[in-house]
Design a protein around this ligand. Structure first.
Ligand SMILES: [Cu+2]
Length: 336
């Protein structure tokens, strides 16, 4: 390959690579930070905007000056060596002060936002305890007596205080459209205060490497109108409906005589604490922290072999047959 062909090949590869990379970008994907839906996320975007635009201005000035110097002082045949300068006090003062000003422009709004987002919670805030666990999230509403997993429900317009507690290793709570990320550290309590403002479904993700299934440790946040939130709450607190019948009854029998009861809570049935609370499992849209949709097929497959779906999952395969697992899945689907 001669020089010209290889240069052309490089340019083409560059163009294709850039196109593919840009093709992966989206302004409003589920993990966007550019479409904020809480006061916290808006504050962060504000700082991000300042820094981005400051960087654009600096880039234009620096690359413009560079281009000018390259063109203006290009070597031409017959031109003598230009005057050689050693040190220039004015210039040196200039490029010491300019970066200091840049840092000031970035530091002032950043520090303001740090203080605002660390402010003490207001009195009427809803408090939720978030427990990061390998590799799922537990959400407790101590003042409402509700415990759930992986899908957090919040009313729009009301301040919420998330108390972040680690159960095993360090995780990080991050729901880009609502704010974060903030570390979830065993043995210490972190807080995240925010006001979600728009009903919708928001995706979150553990943002601190925490082991085999860290990448599979997602979550969903459902911000709802106050009325819809009240309805969800009522469903969480309701006493279980009439006892299941048919396949679901079979499933319940299998559940209660298996090791499931040692790890899972179903209010009125079992009281395990190692795994997610399943009292209203049928009402969740996803399983295994946002990994799969909640359907009979996925839950059956999960019960048969969790590790095959989520590497390292802290739930063992208990050797149930396909039919037994499907019966249990049918029982769980009815818990709403
Ligand atoms: Cu993680």
């Amino acid at each position: 390959m001669n020089r010209q062909t290889s240069d052309r090949l490089l340019v083409r590869l560059g163009v294709v690579g850039t196109a593919l990379t840009l093709g992966g970008c989206a302004w409003d994907g589920p993990m966007t930070t550019l479409v904020p839906r809480s006061d916290f996320a808006r504050d962060i975007l504000h700082v991000y905007g300042i820094i981005t635009w400051a960087s654009v201005v600096i880039a234009v000035v620096v690359f413009g000056a560079l281009a000018w110097v390259l063109l203006r002082f290009r070597e031409k045949p017959g031109t003598p060596l230009p005057a050689q300068i050693h040190g220039h006090t004015l210039l040196e003062i200039g490029w010491t002060i300019a970066p200091a000003l840049v840092l000031l422009v970035i530091a002032v709004p950043t520090i303001q936002v740090i203080f605002r987002t660390q402010a003490a919670p207001v009195a009427q805030a809803l408090d939720v305890t978030v427990l990061g666990r390998q590799w799922w999230w537990e959400f407790r509403y101590p003042s409402l007596g509700v415990v759930t997993a992986n899908e957090l429900h919040l009313p729009a317009g009301r301040p919420v205080v998330l108390t972040l507690e680690g159960a095993d290793v360090i995780h990080s709570f991050w729901v880009p459209q609502l704010g974060g990320k903030r570390d979830v550290i065993p043995g210490r309590v972190n807080r995240l205060t925010l006001i979600p403002d728009t009903p919708g479904e928001y995706w979150g993700q553990c943002a601190e490497f925490c082991g085999a299934s860290h990448a599979n440790m997602g979550m969903r946040v459902f911000v709802e109108t106050p009325e819809a939130f009240e309805r969800w709450l009522a469903a969480q607190r309701a006493t279980p409906a009439e006892p299941p019948s048919g396949l679901a009854a079979e499933g319940k029998a299998i559940y209660t005589r298996s090791a499931c009861v040692g790890c899972h809570t179903i209010r009125g049935v079992s009281a395990g604490v190692l795994g997610p609370d399943l009292t209203t499992f049928g009402g969740r849209t996803t399983i295994a922290s946002g990994l799969l949709p909640n359907t009979l097929d996925t839950v059956t497959a999960w019960i048969r072999d969790p590790g095959a779906i989520k590497p390292g999952a802290k739930m063992p395969a208990l050797g149930l047959t396909e039919a037994q697992a499907r019966a249990v899945a049918t029982y769980l689907a009815g818990l709403r």
